[in-house]
Design a protein around this ligand. Structure first.
Ligand code: GLC
Length: 633
């Protein structure tokens, strides 16, 4: 059952598609108050309760014991000390004797103290008091998730080829380099479906332009790659370069489609191209206009995009730089003591994504100038909608690949997400695994992390283990940052191991795609914590390193350096299947703890009794998969 509570005059976030009769907050079943304009509420937790949710966020599947913030943040250091990442997914779910879910439909900052200040108390503070809260009850956590998903609309459906293996890097600078990547994969006989074009494919980082020297005859080139079975996926950034004569900039400016400052002038800040204006995706007309711009690339044969820097990321503003320089000039020649030095350092470090800059942005919402801080978390989601709504209108569902960095519930209907700039760290295999069920609860089914890790140098074994998790994530993309070591599968010693892992993905595509489509249809999750399925089993309840997948199986990737396997907990008797290329090895295991050996070229999968998993033969492209002839394990 779902009850909606409304307070004040909430901004329409478009997150919820169902219209429910609202009750007054005076009937809200939790202790609450408004203090300094902020709505604060709290509830007690039993020691044994698990608190799930918050989608893409730091820390565990069980969110208890930490302080989180819903505030979309461009932060490439995903350490345990962080409170927020790129998304704001305001859904939590308490699993216990009396399970319930809460969705806070509110687009500004929310602070979630989930047992951080007091072990058994959750206290949630909204940076405002105009909101809708949905209180959802049901018999089980899974039922509550389905109820919730039922009011936010069906998740985005990607094309089947988007389940193929994808290779990215910042950047493949020109057509020759892209060709060499495809050749590298083809020579190594490793499957591949997509190659990504990061910011350098553009002319001076201008959205919807092509660097003609790097990619002469772009449309021909895209067609040629498609004939080879490879899709090129360009990036689109939120900021639009300020440049006279650049059509998108001139049109946006003339039509008044950019975000404003209090004095009505366009808000400007630096990103990759230097000074940019920012489309006001919250204004329906501006959103429609930006969505239509993707057409020029679709006309060239492009069938997929990734939207980036849409928290929005702001490197600096002219105002911020000028104040920092004034401060530095005033201190010139001074003896800088502890306080003065660190203050100066922090001033420069704080130039990017500065709160002062966010506070100076205004959006046009139904003709009213609304300060950005009131709607911060809608910006990236609205960019995804600009693109996704246009794609669905023009091409129908399941045709164009779209995923984004920043997100808010609602955008899950128009695209997927990737988990942003992770690191080539062993700990990030687990961090990324933990986000999968949480993101699924919030409607984001098409998701995945930068496999191999984005920042820093990856090692061969790390990439293999990361890929072995990626075999199961709908988005299976290897991506890495500028200046890092080459990370494509064919670059490493003994490429056969990589072929063995990636071929397993292609063998599983019929199963994964079907499971995905069913989860979408039933408003269900693709990945579940073990505690959802085995609520009375203590080890299952505490398990944060394994996930249930579909109705049939459980995954347990290896996530430690130099490990030849891992400890796995089986909540019931299962068959361990080790998959490697076309090899399938089976072993019956009983309920309980086991140490399972997993070679670097193997993908372990645990299948429940009485269940079967279809496998097709591997192929070098998804288009070559024979989806009719399946063998069952
Ligand atoms: C951001 C993105 C990353 C991309 C880079 C350059 O850091 O998160 O994926 O490669 O920008 O465009």
């Amino acid at each position: 059952m779902i009850t909606k509570y409304t307070h004040g005059s909430p901004i329409n976030t478009e997150a919820v598609t169902a219209s429910l009769e609202a009750c007054s907050v005076s009937e809200f079943p939790f202790e609450h108050r408004v203090e300094n304009g902020k709505f604060i509420f709290s509830f007690e937790m039993k020691k044994s309760d698990i608190l799930y949710g918050l989608g893409e966020a730091p820390r565990g599947i069980n969110k208890r014991g930490w302080l989180y913030e819903s505030y979309c943040s461009d932060d490439p250091f995903h350490t345990e000390t962080k409170h927020s990442l790129y998304a704001a997914h305001n859904f939590i779910l308490l699993g216990g004797d009396k399970p319930f879910g809460l969705y806070i439909d509110f687009p500004a900052r929310i602070r979630w103290d989930l047992g951080y200040s007091k072990e058994n108390l959750a206290e949630i503070t909204l940076d405002g008091s105009d909101f809708d809260i949905y209180y959802i009850t049901g018999n089980t956590p899974r039922e509550i998730v389905r109820e919730f998903r039922g009011i936010i609309g069906k998740s985005y459906l990607p094309p089947l080829w988007a389940f193929g293996y994808q290779q990215s890097r910042w950047s493949y600078h020109n057509a020759e380099v892209v060709d060499s990547i495809i050749k590298g994969y083809d020579d190594a006989e490793i499957p591949l479906d997509c190659v990504y074009l990061d910011i350098d494919y553009m002319d001076s980082y201008k959205d919807f332009t092509i660097n003609g020297e790097a990619f002469p005859n772009f449309a021909e080139y895209v067609k040629d790659k498609k004939a080879q079975g490879i899709r090129l996926i360009p990036i689109i950034d939120a900021g639009v370069k300020k440049e006279d004569g650049y059509r998108i900039y001139e049109e946006g400016k003339e039509k008044g489609f950019f975000c404003k400052k209090a004095d009505g002038s366009d808000f400007e800040a630096g990103v990759w191209p230097g000074v940019c204006s920012f489309p006001d995706f919250l204004d329906p007309e501006a959103r429609r206009w930006f969505g239509e711009q993707y057409k020029c690339l679709i006309d060239c044969g492009i069938e997929g995009f990734w939207n980036d820097m849409n928290e929005p990321a702001l490197f600096y503003s002219a105002d911020g730089i000028s104040k920092a320089l004034d401060k530095a000039a005033a201190l010139k020649g001074e003896n800088l003591d502890l306080g003065k030095f660190f203050n100066l350092k922090d001033t420069f470090m704080g130039l990017s994504n500065a709160q002062d800059d966010y506070s100076s942005i205004y959006h046009n919402i139904d003709g009213e100038m609304i300060n950005h801080q009131r709607v911060h978390n809608l910006y990236g989601a609205s960019m995804t909608k600009a693109a996704g709504e246009y794609f669905i209108k023009e091409h129908g569902e399941g045709k164009i690949l779209m995923f984004s960095r920043a997100s808010f519930i609602g955008a899950h209907r128009c695209g997927g997400i990737w988990f942003g700039d992770n690191h080539s760290w062993w700990s990030h295999i687990l961090l990324n695994l933990k986000m999968l069920p949480s993101a699924n609860m919030c409607g984001f089914l098409y998701c995945g992390a930068d496999l191999g890790g984005f920042n820093e140098n990856a090692t061969r074994d790390l990439v293999l283990r990361f890929l072995a998790l990626g075999v199961f994530t709908p988005l299976m993309r290897n991506h890495s940052a500028l200046g890092t070591r080459d990370q494509e599968a064919f670059r490493f010693e003994n490429v056969k191991d990589f072929r063995d892992i990636i071929e397993v993905r292609y063998r599983l595509i019929p199963y994964l795609y079907k499971t995905f489509v069913e989860a979408r249809e039933k408003n269900d999750m693709l990945f579940r914590p073990l505690s959802f399925d085995y609520p009375d089993d203590k080890l299952a309840r505490e398990c944060e390193t394994q996930l249930m997948l579909g109705e049939e199986c459980m995954i347990a990737p290896v996530y430690e350096q130099n490990a030849g396997g891992r400890a796995v907990y089986l909540p019931e008797d299962m068959t361990l299947i080790k998959l490697s290329g076309t090899r399938v090895e089976k072993q019956e295991l009983t309920k309980g703890l086991h140490y399972v050996e997993v070679a670097l070229n193997e993908v372990p999968l645990f299948v429940k009794k009485g269940k079967k998993i279809p496998l097709c033969s591997p192929a070098r492209r998804t288009r070559d998969l024979d989806l009719e002839n399946l063998e069952y394990i």
